[in-house]
Design a protein around this ligand. Sequence first.
Ligand SMILES: [Zn+2]
Ligand SMILES: [Zn+2]
Length: 451
Amino acid sequence: MIDNTGLVFAQEPEINVGIIEGVRELKGRFNGPFRLDDGRMFTGPFSVRTSEGRLIFIDQQGARIDRKQELCFRPEQGATFSLTDVTIGIRFHWERKQEQTFQGDLWLSAAGGALTAINRLHLEDYLASVVSSEMSAAAPPEMLKAHAVASRSWLMAMLMRRGKTVDPGADRREASEQAGEIIRWYGREDHTRFDVCADDHCQRYQGITTIITGQAAQAVRSTRGVFLVHAHAICDARYHKACGGRTDNFENTWEEIPVPYLSSVADADISHEPIDTEAAAQKWVRTRPDAYCNTIDEPLLRRVLPSFDQETADFFRWRVTYGREELEAILREKSGIDFGSLQDLVPLNRGPSGRIMRLRIEGSKVTITVGKELEIRRWLSPSHLYSSAFCVSVERDASGLPVRFMLDGAGWGHGVGMCQIGAAVMAEKGHKAEAILKHYFRGAELKKLYD
Ligand SMILES: [Zn+2]
Ligand SMILES: [Zn+2]
Protein backbone atom coordinates (compact mmCIF):
# COMPACT_ATOMS: atom_id res chain seq x y z
CA MET A 1 0.00 0.00 0.00
CA ILE A 2 2.84 2.37 0.70
CA ASP A 3 5.88 3.31 -1.28
CA ASN A 4 8.51 3.99 1.36
CA THR A 5 10.92 5.84 -0.88
CA GLY A 6 8.44 8.47 -1.95
CA LEU A 7 5.96 8.03 0.92
CA VAL A 8 2.97 8.11 -1.42
CA PHE A 9 -0.15 5.94 -1.18
CA ALA A 10 -1.45 4.37 -4.37
CA GLN A 11 -4.97 5.16 -3.19
CA GLU A 12 -6.97 6.36 -0.22
CA PRO A 13 -6.44 3.87 2.63
CA GLU A 14 -9.30 2.07 4.33
CA ILE A 15 -9.56 1.76 8.08
CA ASN A 16 -11.08 -0.90 10.36
CA VAL A 17 -12.93 0.64 13.30
CA GLY A 18 -13.94 -1.67 16.16
CA ILE A 19 -17.52 -0.74 17.13
CA ILE A 20 -18.53 -3.58 19.46
CA GLU A 21 -16.16 -6.07 21.04
CA GLY A 22 -16.50 -9.02 23.39
CA VAL A 23 -20.30 -9.56 23.34
CA ARG A 24 -22.24 -12.82 22.79
CA GLU A 25 -24.93 -11.36 20.56
CA LEU A 26 -25.99 -8.16 18.84
CA LYS A 27 -28.87 -6.78 16.82
CA GLY A 28 -28.86 -4.42 13.89
CA ARG A 29 -30.51 -3.36 10.66
CA PHE A 30 -29.41 -2.97 7.05
CA ASN A 31 -30.95 0.29 5.85
CA GLY A 32 -30.81 -0.90 2.23
CA PRO A 33 -29.18 -3.77 0.34
CA PHE A 34 -25.94 -5.36 1.60
CA ARG A 35 -24.10 -8.12 -0.27
CA LEU A 36 -22.15 -11.02 1.21
CA ASP A 37 -19.00 -12.31 -0.51
CA ASP A 38 -20.96 -15.27 -1.94
CA GLY A 39 -23.39 -12.88 -3.67
CA ARG A 40 -26.38 -13.27 -1.32
CA MET A 41 -28.20 -10.01 -0.57
CA PHE A 42 -29.64 -8.93 2.79
CA THR A 43 -31.78 -6.00 3.92
CA GLY A 44 -33.72 -5.05 7.09
CA PRO A 45 -33.26 -6.19 10.71
CA PHE A 46 -30.88 -8.99 11.70
CA SER A 47 -29.43 -10.61 14.77
CA VAL A 48 -26.17 -12.44 15.25
CA ARG A 49 -24.71 -14.50 18.06
CA THR A 50 -21.76 -16.75 18.70
CA SER A 51 -21.77 -20.43 19.41
CA GLU A 52 -18.60 -22.47 19.95
CA GLY A 53 -16.45 -19.84 18.29
CA ARG A 54 -18.70 -19.56 15.22
CA LEU A 55 -21.27 -16.98 14.06
CA ILE A 56 -25.00 -17.64 13.75
CA PHE A 57 -26.62 -14.91 11.67
CA ILE A 58 -30.40 -14.65 11.22
CA ASP A 59 -32.18 -12.00 9.15
CA GLN A 60 -35.81 -10.87 9.35
CA GLN A 61 -37.00 -13.39 6.73
CA GLY A 62 -35.46 -16.15 8.80
CA ALA A 63 -32.55 -16.70 6.44
CA ARG A 64 -29.80 -18.21 8.51
CA ILE A 65 -26.05 -18.42 8.09
CA ASP A 66 -24.43 -20.94 10.40
CA ARG A 67 -20.96 -21.68 11.58
CA LYS A 68 -18.89 -19.05 9.81
CA GLN A 69 -16.00 -17.47 11.64
CA GLU A 70 -16.27 -14.20 9.71
CA LEU A 71 -18.89 -12.44 7.62
CA CYS A 72 -18.33 -9.31 5.57
CA PHE A 73 -21.36 -7.39 4.29
CA ARG A 74 -20.77 -4.70 1.66
CA PRO A 75 -23.29 -1.94 0.92
CA GLU A 76 -24.92 -1.50 -2.48
CA GLN A 77 -25.95 1.96 -3.67
CA GLY A 78 -24.49 3.70 -0.60
CA ALA A 79 -26.72 1.83 1.87
CA THR A 80 -26.00 2.29 5.60
CA PHE A 81 -26.39 -0.07 8.56
CA SER A 82 -27.37 0.49 12.19
CA LEU A 83 -26.32 -1.38 15.33
CA THR A 84 -28.38 -1.23 18.51
CA ASP A 85 -26.85 -1.15 21.98
CA VAL A 86 -23.48 0.36 21.10
CA THR A 87 -21.78 1.39 24.35
CA ILE A 88 -20.34 4.89 24.30
CA GLY A 89 -18.27 6.69 26.92
CA ILE A 90 -16.85 3.40 28.20
CA ARG A 91 -15.85 3.79 31.87
CA PHE A 92 -16.88 7.47 31.96
CA HIS A 93 -19.76 8.76 34.06
CA TRP A 94 -21.82 9.27 30.89
CA GLU A 95 -21.45 5.65 29.71
CA ARG A 96 -24.65 4.58 27.96
CA LYS A 97 -26.01 2.47 25.11
CA GLN A 98 -27.19 3.94 21.87
CA GLU A 99 -28.27 2.91 18.38
CA GLN A 100 -25.68 4.04 15.86
CA THR A 101 -25.60 4.23 12.08
CA PHE A 102 -22.59 3.70 9.81
CA GLN A 103 -21.54 3.90 6.19
CA GLY A 104 -19.11 1.38 4.69
CA ASP A 105 -18.73 -2.38 5.27
CA LEU A 106 -19.93 -4.35 8.28
CA TRP A 107 -17.47 -7.06 9.21
CA LEU A 108 -18.49 -9.55 11.91
CA SER A 109 -16.01 -11.90 13.52
CA ALA A 110 -16.13 -14.68 16.11
CA ALA A 111 -12.36 -14.92 16.37
CA GLY A 112 -11.33 -15.51 19.96
CA GLY A 113 -14.81 -16.81 20.91
CA ALA A 114 -16.70 -13.53 21.37
CA LEU A 115 -18.36 -11.33 18.79
CA THR A 116 -16.63 -8.32 17.25
CA ALA A 117 -18.36 -5.84 14.92
CA ILE A 118 -16.03 -3.81 12.74
CA ASN A 119 -16.86 -0.95 10.39
CA ARG A 120 -14.49 -0.80 7.41
CA LEU A 121 -14.55 2.50 5.55
CA HIS A 122 -12.45 5.02 3.67
CA LEU A 123 -10.09 7.11 5.79
CA GLU A 124 -11.54 10.44 4.66
CA ASP A 125 -15.12 9.42 5.57
CA TYR A 126 -13.84 8.31 8.96
CA LEU A 127 -12.08 11.66 9.49
CA ALA A 128 -15.18 13.71 8.63
CA SER A 129 -17.00 11.91 11.45
CA VAL A 130 -14.11 12.28 13.91
CA VAL A 131 -13.57 16.00 13.23
CA SER A 132 -17.34 16.57 13.60
CA SER A 133 -17.48 14.91 17.00
CA GLU A 134 -14.22 16.34 18.42
CA MET A 135 -14.61 19.93 17.26
CA SER A 136 -17.56 22.27 17.22
CA ALA A 137 -18.72 23.11 13.69
CA ALA A 138 -18.59 26.78 14.65
CA ALA A 139 -14.79 26.67 15.17
CA PRO A 140 -12.86 28.89 12.75
CA PRO A 141 -12.54 27.12 9.34
CA GLU A 142 -8.71 27.31 9.19
CA MET A 143 -8.56 25.70 12.63
CA LEU A 144 -10.85 22.86 11.48
CA LYS A 145 -8.54 22.32 8.50
CA ALA A 146 -5.45 22.29 10.74
CA HIS A 147 -7.22 19.78 12.97
CA ALA A 148 -8.17 17.55 10.04
CA VAL A 149 -4.51 17.38 8.94
CA ALA A 150 -3.27 16.74 12.49
CA SER A 151 -5.87 13.97 13.13
CA ARG A 152 -5.12 12.33 9.77
CA SER A 153 -1.36 12.41 10.46
CA TRP A 154 -1.63 11.13 14.05
CA LEU A 155 -3.82 8.25 12.89
CA MET A 156 -1.64 7.14 9.99
CA ALA A 157 1.59 7.48 12.03
CA MET A 158 0.02 5.28 14.72
CA LEU A 159 -1.08 2.63 12.19
CA MET A 160 2.33 2.54 10.52
CA ARG A 161 4.15 2.35 13.85
CA ARG A 162 1.85 -0.42 14.99
CA GLY A 163 2.88 -2.52 12.01
CA LYS A 164 6.40 -2.48 13.44
CA THR A 165 5.47 -3.33 17.01
CA VAL A 166 6.97 -6.65 18.02
CA ASP A 167 4.25 -7.52 20.49
CA PRO A 168 1.12 -5.56 19.66
CA GLY A 169 -0.81 -6.93 22.62
CA ALA A 170 1.70 -5.82 25.23
CA ASP A 171 0.80 -3.18 27.76
CA ARG A 172 2.95 -0.25 26.74
CA ARG A 173 2.88 1.47 30.10
CA GLU A 174 6.49 2.09 30.99
CA ALA A 175 7.69 2.39 34.50
CA SER A 176 10.92 2.70 36.34
CA GLU A 177 10.53 2.01 39.99
CA GLN A 178 13.71 2.46 41.95
CA ALA A 179 13.83 3.01 45.66
CA GLY A 180 11.74 6.06 46.48
CA GLU A 181 11.01 6.89 42.85
CA ILE A 182 8.02 6.08 40.62
CA ILE A 183 8.36 7.39 37.07
CA ARG A 184 5.65 6.29 34.65
CA TRP A 185 4.46 7.23 31.24
CA TYR A 186 1.60 5.76 29.32
CA GLY A 187 1.90 4.55 25.74
CA ARG A 188 -1.07 3.26 23.84
CA GLU A 189 -2.30 -0.25 24.20
CA ASP A 190 -2.81 -1.20 20.55
CA HIS A 191 -5.81 -3.12 19.30
CA THR A 192 -5.23 -6.50 17.72
CA ARG A 193 -8.50 -7.23 15.86
CA PHE A 194 -8.93 -3.80 14.24
CA ASP A 195 -7.06 -0.53 13.67
CA VAL A 196 -8.83 1.85 16.05
CA CYS A 197 -11.70 1.66 18.51
CA ALA A 198 -14.64 4.08 18.38
CA ASP A 199 -14.13 5.53 21.86
CA ASP A 200 -11.91 8.21 23.40
CA HIS A 201 -9.05 5.72 23.77
CA CYS A 202 -8.41 6.30 20.04
CA GLN A 203 -10.61 9.05 18.60
CA ARG A 204 -14.32 9.30 19.24
CA TYR A 205 -16.28 7.88 16.27
CA GLN A 206 -20.04 7.44 16.04
CA GLY A 207 -20.32 6.86 12.28
CA ILE A 208 -22.96 9.05 10.69
CA THR A 209 -24.96 9.10 13.94
CA THR A 210 -22.92 12.22 14.62
CA ILE A 211 -24.21 14.89 12.35
CA ILE A 212 -21.36 15.44 9.94
CA THR A 213 -21.44 19.18 9.63
CA GLY A 214 -20.83 20.97 6.36
CA GLN A 215 -17.89 22.80 7.97
CA ALA A 216 -16.14 19.62 9.15
CA ALA A 217 -16.79 17.84 5.85
CA GLN A 218 -15.42 20.87 3.98
CA ALA A 219 -12.29 21.00 6.21
CA VAL A 220 -11.62 17.31 5.53
CA ARG A 221 -12.39 17.55 1.79
CA SER A 222 -10.21 20.61 1.23
CA THR A 223 -7.22 18.89 2.92
CA ARG A 224 -7.87 15.44 1.38
CA GLY A 225 -4.74 13.26 1.50
CA VAL A 226 -2.64 16.01 3.13
CA PHE A 227 -0.27 14.92 5.93
CA LEU A 228 2.39 16.49 8.11
CA VAL A 229 5.70 14.96 7.04
CA HIS A 230 9.15 15.17 8.63
CA ALA A 231 12.32 13.35 7.45
CA HIS A 232 10.32 11.14 5.02
CA ALA A 233 7.93 9.96 7.72
CA ILE A 234 4.36 10.96 8.61
CA CYS A 235 4.36 13.00 11.83
CA ASP A 236 2.91 11.67 15.06
CA ALA A 237 0.92 14.91 15.40
CA ARG A 238 -0.08 15.21 19.07
CA TYR A 239 -2.42 17.90 20.36
CA HIS A 240 -3.82 19.16 23.66
CA LYS A 241 -6.26 21.79 24.94
CA ALA A 242 -4.00 24.70 26.01
CA CYS A 243 -0.23 24.86 26.47
CA GLY A 244 -0.29 27.82 28.89
CA GLY A 245 2.06 29.97 26.79
CA ARG A 246 4.74 27.50 25.72
CA THR A 247 4.52 23.93 24.43
CA ASP A 248 6.68 21.13 25.84
CA ASN A 249 8.97 18.41 24.48
CA PHE A 250 7.72 14.92 23.57
CA GLU A 251 10.26 13.17 25.80
CA ASN A 252 9.04 15.02 28.90
CA THR A 253 5.71 13.20 28.66
CA TRP A 254 6.54 9.95 26.88
CA GLU A 255 9.56 7.90 25.87
CA GLU A 256 13.07 9.42 26.12
CA ILE A 257 13.33 9.85 22.36
CA PRO A 258 13.46 13.48 21.25
CA VAL A 259 11.10 14.14 18.32
CA PRO A 260 12.30 17.25 16.44
CA TYR A 261 8.82 18.42 15.36
CA LEU A 262 7.45 17.87 18.88
CA SER A 263 9.80 20.23 20.68
CA SER A 264 8.94 23.27 22.74
CA VAL A 265 7.85 26.52 21.04
CA ALA A 266 6.60 29.81 22.43
CA ASP A 267 2.86 29.92 21.68
CA ALA A 268 3.05 33.57 20.68
CA ASP A 269 4.29 35.89 17.99
CA ILE A 270 6.85 37.17 20.50
CA SER A 271 9.49 34.94 22.08
CA HIS A 272 9.33 33.60 25.62
CA GLU A 273 12.38 32.08 27.21
CA PRO A 274 12.04 28.39 28.10
CA ILE A 275 11.47 27.92 31.82
CA ASP A 276 14.71 26.76 33.36
CA THR A 277 14.64 27.76 37.02
CA GLU A 278 12.15 27.55 39.88
CA ALA A 279 12.08 31.36 40.02
CA ALA A 280 11.18 31.52 36.32
CA ALA A 281 8.40 28.99 36.89
CA GLN A 282 7.00 31.02 39.81
CA LYS A 283 6.91 34.14 37.68
CA TRP A 284 5.43 32.26 34.70
CA VAL A 285 2.45 30.68 36.46
CA ARG A 286 1.64 33.79 38.49
CA THR A 287 1.50 36.17 35.52
CA ARG A 288 -0.44 36.14 32.27
CA PRO A 289 2.18 36.41 29.51
CA ASP A 290 1.15 37.18 25.97
CA ALA A 291 0.26 33.93 24.20
CA TYR A 292 -2.23 32.72 21.62
CA CYS A 293 -4.01 30.57 24.21
CA ASN A 294 -4.10 33.49 26.67
CA THR A 295 -7.61 34.41 25.66
CA ILE A 296 -10.71 35.48 27.52
CA ASP A 297 -12.74 35.53 24.30
CA GLU A 298 -15.61 33.43 25.67
CA PRO A 299 -17.68 33.43 22.48
CA LEU A 300 -14.64 32.01 20.65
CA LEU A 301 -14.02 29.40 23.37
CA ARG A 302 -17.63 28.32 23.17
CA ARG A 303 -17.24 27.94 19.42
CA VAL A 304 -14.11 25.80 19.77
CA LEU A 305 -14.94 23.52 22.70
CA PRO A 306 -18.35 21.87 22.27
CA SER A 307 -18.71 21.32 26.02
CA PHE A 308 -17.20 24.61 27.11
CA ASP A 309 -18.63 26.00 30.32
CA GLN A 310 -17.74 28.75 32.75
CA GLU A 311 -15.92 26.42 35.12
CA THR A 312 -13.29 25.59 32.54
CA ALA A 313 -12.76 29.24 31.62
CA ASP A 314 -9.59 29.61 33.69
CA PHE A 315 -7.44 26.97 32.04
CA PHE A 316 -4.70 29.45 31.05
CA ARG A 317 -3.91 30.21 34.70
CA TRP A 318 -5.63 28.29 37.50
CA ARG A 319 -5.42 27.64 41.23
CA VAL A 320 -6.33 24.52 43.18
CA THR A 321 -6.36 24.63 47.01
CA TYR A 322 -6.36 21.55 49.28
CA GLY A 323 -6.50 21.20 53.03
CA ARG A 324 -3.59 18.98 54.18
CA GLU A 325 -5.80 16.06 55.22
CA GLU A 326 -7.80 16.33 52.04
CA LEU A 327 -4.65 16.06 49.92
CA GLU A 328 -3.34 13.17 52.06
CA ALA A 329 -6.60 11.29 51.36
CA ILE A 330 -6.39 11.97 47.60
CA LEU A 331 -2.77 10.79 47.50
CA ARG A 332 -3.61 7.64 49.45
CA GLU A 333 -6.48 6.84 47.12
CA LYS A 334 -4.73 7.65 43.83
CA SER A 335 -1.19 6.33 44.51
CA GLY A 336 -2.03 3.57 46.97
CA ILE A 337 0.69 4.99 49.24
CA ASP A 338 0.17 6.26 52.78
CA PHE A 339 2.51 9.25 53.11
CA GLY A 340 1.49 9.89 56.71
CA SER A 341 1.37 13.58 57.54
CA LEU A 342 2.19 15.50 54.36
CA GLN A 343 5.16 17.85 54.78
CA ASP A 344 5.93 19.32 51.36
CA LEU A 345 5.71 19.02 47.56
CA VAL A 346 9.00 19.84 45.85
CA PRO A 347 9.37 20.14 42.04
CA LEU A 348 12.69 18.55 40.98
CA ASN A 349 12.63 18.94 37.17
CA ARG A 350 10.53 20.95 34.80
CA GLY A 351 10.20 21.02 31.04
CA PRO A 352 10.46 24.29 29.07
CA SER A 353 6.68 24.88 29.43
CA GLY A 354 6.99 24.75 33.22
CA ARG A 355 5.44 21.26 33.39
CA ILE A 356 6.92 19.27 36.27
CA MET A 357 8.48 15.97 35.20
CA ARG A 358 9.60 14.84 38.67
CA LEU A 359 7.93 15.90 41.91
CA ARG A 360 9.12 14.91 45.40
CA ILE A 361 6.29 14.23 47.83
CA GLU A 362 7.53 14.42 51.42
CA GLY A 363 5.49 12.71 54.12
CA SER A 364 6.11 11.78 57.76
CA LYS A 365 6.06 8.04 56.80
CA VAL A 366 7.65 8.07 53.36
CA THR A 367 9.10 10.38 50.73
CA ILE A 368 8.58 9.45 47.08
CA THR A 369 9.50 11.10 43.80
CA VAL A 370 6.77 10.77 41.14
CA GLY A 371 6.71 11.41 37.37
CA LYS A 372 6.04 11.93 34.53
CA GLU A 373 3.46 14.66 33.99
CA LEU A 374 0.35 12.45 33.66
CA GLU A 375 1.16 10.47 36.80
CA ILE A 376 1.67 13.74 38.73
CA ARG A 377 -1.71 15.03 37.47
CA ARG A 378 -3.37 11.73 38.44
CA TRP A 379 -1.94 11.60 41.98
CA LEU A 380 -2.76 15.18 42.92
CA SER A 381 -6.44 15.29 42.02
CA PRO A 382 -9.61 13.22 42.49
CA SER A 383 -9.78 13.18 38.65
CA HIS A 384 -6.80 14.87 36.89
CA LEU A 385 -5.12 18.21 37.48
CA TYR A 386 -5.35 20.46 34.42
CA SER A 387 -1.59 20.18 33.93
CA SER A 388 1.66 19.53 35.79
CA ALA A 389 2.84 23.14 35.20
CA PHE A 390 2.27 24.44 38.71
CA CYS A 391 4.01 26.02 41.69
CA VAL A 392 3.28 25.03 45.26
CA SER A 393 2.82 27.29 48.23
CA VAL A 394 2.20 25.87 51.68
CA GLU A 395 0.38 27.61 54.52
CA ARG A 396 1.70 26.33 57.87
CA ASP A 397 0.53 26.59 61.46
CA ALA A 398 2.69 27.93 64.30
CA SER A 399 4.37 24.54 64.75
CA GLY A 400 5.32 24.40 61.05
CA LEU A 401 2.74 21.74 60.15
CA PRO A 402 1.12 22.37 56.76
CA VAL A 403 -2.52 23.49 56.90
CA ARG A 404 -3.16 24.14 53.22
CA PHE A 405 -1.47 23.50 49.87
CA MET A 406 -2.03 25.96 47.01
CA LEU A 407 -1.17 24.92 43.47
CA ASP A 408 -0.93 27.77 40.96
CA GLY A 409 -0.87 26.34 37.48
CA ALA A 410 -0.78 27.01 33.75
CA GLY A 411 -2.40 25.26 30.80
CA TRP A 412 -4.57 22.20 30.20
CA GLY A 413 -3.21 18.87 28.97
CA HIS A 414 0.26 17.48 28.24
CA GLY A 415 1.35 20.56 26.31
CA VAL A 416 2.99 18.65 23.44
CA GLY A 417 2.30 19.51 19.78
CA MET A 418 -0.65 21.65 18.73
CA CYS A 419 -2.33 23.85 21.35
CA GLN A 420 -6.02 23.70 20.33
CA ILE A 421 -7.07 26.98 21.93
CA GLY A 422 -3.96 28.68 20.52
CA ALA A 423 -4.73 27.28 17.05
CA ALA A 424 -8.28 28.64 17.24
CA VAL A 425 -7.01 32.09 18.21
CA MET A 426 -4.41 32.01 15.42
CA ALA A 427 -7.15 31.13 12.91
CA GLU A 428 -9.33 33.93 14.26
CA LYS A 429 -6.42 36.35 13.74
CA GLY A 430 -6.22 35.37 10.08
CA HIS A 431 -3.50 32.68 10.05
CA LYS A 432 -4.00 29.89 7.50
CA ALA A 433 -4.07 26.19 8.47
CA GLU A 434 -0.59 25.62 7.03
CA ALA A 435 0.90 28.47 9.10
CA ILE A 436 -0.82 27.18 12.23
CA LEU A 437 0.52 23.64 11.71
CA LYS A 438 4.05 24.87 10.96
CA HIS A 439 3.99 27.04 14.08
CA TYR A 440 3.35 24.04 16.37
CA PHE A 441 5.14 21.30 14.39
CA ARG A 442 8.47 22.97 13.63
CA GLY A 443 10.32 21.68 10.60
CA ALA A 444 7.34 19.62 9.37
CA GLU A 445 6.06 19.98 5.80
CA LEU A 446 2.57 19.46 4.39
CA LYS A 447 2.42 16.82 1.67
CA LYS A 448 -0.46 15.37 -0.31
CA LEU A 449 0.10 11.60 -0.25
CA TYR A 450 -2.94 10.49 -2.30
CA ASP A 451 -5.49 12.16 -4.57
ZN1 LIG B 1 -8.68 2.45 21.00
ZN1 LIG C 1 -1.03 27.59 23.86
